[in-house]
Design a protein around this ligand. Structure first.
Ligand SMILES: Cc1cc2nc3c(=O)[nH]c(=O)nc-3n(C[C@H](O)[C@H](O)[C@H](O)COP(=O)(O)OP(=O)(O)OC[C@H]3O[C@@H](n4cnc5c(N)ncnc54)[C@H](O)[C@@H]3O)c2cc1C
Length: 480
């Protein structure tokens, strides 16, 4: 036994460091644990920090507003005007307005971790959290191995799980009706990304744009996902990667008689960018090349259990369409730290005592995620031809932007469109889009009624699960 705390935060990534900072600022005795060495907080795996590192300014502003932490150089590597998504044939683009930054991720993580320490949290690096300590159906601490491989236990009134997608805490909670322990493999993207210095042989902003984050949709090169080229501050330096869905990749390989893997596809993607030549790994902090997973479903519907709260990737919070998980990790870090602190102050860390965190996260971020999951599933059912046609003909810029942000747009042109569209497959894809938008509305309405108490949760969750299951039955991955 190594000591008692008010709050333990497991994982010193961005969600964990902000949770620890927020709780410590309220005067609580907080312990922040991470498996990495002190100079590497937030490093997800031996492969590095593995991320596209793009984040909207609005999310950084949320952090400044809520806990007074401001960002600048060096952690904000470069500012971008927005995101531009290209169709597989590169003939259509959709601009998503809204500025943001591509981060120097290790610098960003060190800054948030340092802020947690400055705010009063005790930090123990090189501690491997192996599981929760559970007594009387409450999480009362964590156990694991310290840097000398000694079994160690820490106890606290509440534990925040910020361990990322491979969490050893959420998966080891007692079985029950509240926190889901399993994420379906079809709701995960396998991803690979490199940071390369390249020679820019000609200006072509469709492939490399120093002012925008580019997304390339192509079911052949990144089945069930997308490729990205995000600029870094130095001209020609890029964060480049792809995400693939396992079943889409299998279907694509079977149809083409190929044996491609994430590794072969990312190399092919890098080679396919015509104006970036002679890529050389930029390996600062040993973070040049890596592979990891990201969940792209609605966040786990209930984020709390007796003595337990989860934040960030441990709770499948990344946006189902963009896989952007930095924003929700920052938001959830702050809200979980604040709510853990309040529950400790109120002397009630039961599921009921922690419930307000569910309500707060849903209202700040989670409420649109089920609708976006539905839209993601629809997109994964389209091949390149249908995506090309759909991006060119189905939607205005505003409608596309609305859908990608989970807002359900009125497709007011429906009857007119049906007259204009050509080809049975295209018409069917458009009808499916109309159906998808209807379902997205339904999900948004369901989430607007997120249960105010745990008692109402099981019935609500059953409705959500049934609707998602039915939707996925209708739309199967069909990349080729
Ligand atoms: C390839 C890729 C590209 C992405 N691109 C983007 C993007 O461009 N924009 C965006 O917004 N999001 C992106 N994401 C998602 C984003 O990276 C994550 O959502 C974000 O890192 C989540 O932060 P977190 O703090 O919840 O978890 P993590 O960043 O995973 O941090 C978890 C921390 O817990 C530690 N830890 C884990 N297990 C243990 C253990 N057993 N014991 C002790 N410590 C442990 C880890 O070492 C780490 O320090 C991408 C993800 C991937 C994989």
């Amino acid at each position: 036994m190594a000591g008692n705390y008010d709050i333990i935060v497991a994982g010193a990534g961005m969600s964990g460091s902000l949770a620890a900072a927020g709780a410590a600022k309220r005067g609580h005795k907080v312990l922040l644990l991470d498996k990495n060495k002190p100079e590497e907080p937030g490093k997800k795996t031996n492969w590095g920090w593995v991320c596209g590192d793009a984040v909207a300014t609005s999310h950084l502003d949320f952090v400044s507003r809520h806990i007074g932490l401001n960002f600048g150089k060096p952690e904000l590597d470069v500012r971008v005007d927005g995101v531009i998504a290209y169709s597989p044939d590169m003939q259509t683009k959709i601009n998503f307005d809204g500025d943001g930054y591509v981060l120097d991720r290790p610098e960003f993580e060190r800054k948030t971790r340092d802020y947690a320490i400055k705010s009063g949290a005790e930090y123990i690096p090189q501690f491997d959290v192996e599981g929760p300590i559970i007594e009387n159906n409450y999480v009362v601490g964590v156990f694991g191995k310290d840097k000398d491989m000694r079994h160690t236990e820490f106890r606290a009134k509440a534990v925040v799980d910020a361990l990322g997608v491979a969490t050893t805490l959420r998966r080891r909670l007692p079985d029950g009706q509240f926190v889901d322990k399993v994420v379906d493999v079809d709701d995960l993207e396998s991803t690979g990304r490199f940071i390369y210095d390249c020679e820019v042989t000609q200006e072509d902003p469709r492939y490399y744009d120093p002012k925008n984050a580019l997304i390339h949709l192509n079911q052949n090169i990144s089945p069930g996902g997308y490729g990205w080229v995000f600029p870094k501050a130095q001209h020609g330096r890029v964060n480049i990667g792809i995400g693939v869905q396992k079943s889409s990749l299998e279907i694509r390989n079977a149809k083409f008689g190929k044996k491609d893997t994430l590794h072969t596809l990312i190399d092919e993607y890098v080679r396919s960018i015509p104006n970036l030549k002679n890529p050389k790994l930029f390996n600062k902090d040993n973070n040049g090349k890596g592979y990891w997973s990201v969940a792209v479903r609605r966040n786990i519907e209930c984020l709390v259990f007796n003595g337990y709260l989860g934040a960030g990737d441990s709770m499948a919070m990344p946006n189902p369409i963009s896989a952007g998980g930095i924003g929700p990790a920052l938001v959830a870090g702050i809200l979980s730290g604040e709510n853990a602190a309040k529950a400790v102050e109120n002397g009630d860390v039961s599921t009921k005592g922690l419930w307000q965190y569910n309500v707060d996260f849903n209202s700040e971020y989670g409420k649109k995620m089920a609708a976006m999951e539905a839209f993601r599933v629809y997109l994964q059912s389209l091949n390149n031809n249908l995506i090309n046609y759909g991006m060119a003909k189905f939607l205005s810029k505003k409608e596309a932007e609305d859908l990608a942000y989970g807002r359900t747009t009125e497709l007011s042109m429906v009857s007119k469109m049906m007259m204009v569209l050509q080809g049975a497959a295209n018409i069917s894809a458009f009808k499916n889009l109309v159906y998808t938008v209807k379902k997205m509305k339904m999900f948004n309405e369901l989430y607007a009624e997120y249960p105010a108490t745990p008692e109402a949760f099981p019935a609500w969750r059953e409705k959500v699960s049934k609707e998602i299951k039915d939707f996925k039955e209708k739309f199967k991955p069909n990349p080729i």
